[in-house]
Write a protein that binds this ligand. Structure first.
Ligand code: RP5
Length: 202
């Protein structure tokens, strides 16, 4: 007798052991898939992989706080169908917040917001032509009825979008709230510990 893996089996006992191993592997995969789905609360999307050096600042904050997230390139102009699928499935997939970064004629955050009620935090990526002013105005000037919470241009905006996502999650999660409070305390203490050079030395 040979197994499905083409391994010769000498006894019923070996066959049972093989089935046992296969079940363990299959259950492990099923559990991993379930856990990763349930854990992803924040979607970090961006119009291009060229936005990553900016958007990684949001990802770093989420990682520091142990928040489950996913990151993905979704382009409003180059992959409009993907955009609509992503927004359309966001709520049922368990996303609580979407952080969307884009540069130039930055339609991604607004179009996502148009297609989901999951809160969208928009990060204007610094563009080469207009240093991100185009991105900022494209994202911030949403018409009444479809809001996008808009952040500062560039890395500070991305990091703050991460922190705002955490604030939203903290409303329902005591552990996240405590981490956020502790982050604020550490930040305050760091600032209070700073000293400036003595004026006499000037
Ligand atoms: C936007 O166009 C992206 O968000 C990016 O900031 C900008 C330029 O994209 P690439 O030409 O670098 O792919 O859609």
């Amino acid at each position: 007798m040979r197994s499905v893996l083409n391994v010769p089996l000498n006894s019923a006992q070996e066959a049972f052991m093989l089935i046992d191993c296969v079940l363990v592997v299959l259950l492990g995969h099923a559990q991993a898939a379930f856990m990763s789905k349930a854990d992803v609360q924040v979607g970090v999307v961006m119009g291009s992989d060229s936005d990553w050096p900016t958007m990684v600042k949001a990802v770093e904050v989420l990682k520091d706080f142990g928040i489950g997230f996913e990151s993905k390139v979704v382009s409003a102009h180059r992959t409009p169908e993907l955009l609509m699928d992503y927004a359309g499935q966001a709520q049922q997939r368990g996303l609580k917040v979407i952080i969307a970064g884009a540069g130039g004629a930055a339609h991604l955050p607004g179009m996502l917001a148009a297609a989901t009620i999951v809160p969208v935090l928009g990060v204007p990526v610094r563009s080469k032509a207009l240093s991100g002013m185009d991105s900022l105005l494209s994202i911030v000037q949403m018409p009444k009825g479809i809001p996008v919470a808009t952040f500062a241009i560039g890395e500070a905006g991305a990091a703050n979008a991460g922190l705002s996502a955490i604030s939203i999650l903290a409303l329902d999660d005591m552990t996240i709230r405590q981490k956020l409070e502790s982050f604020r305390v550490t930040q305050r203490d760091t600032v209070l510990s700073k000293t400036l050079p003595p004026v006499d030395s000037l």
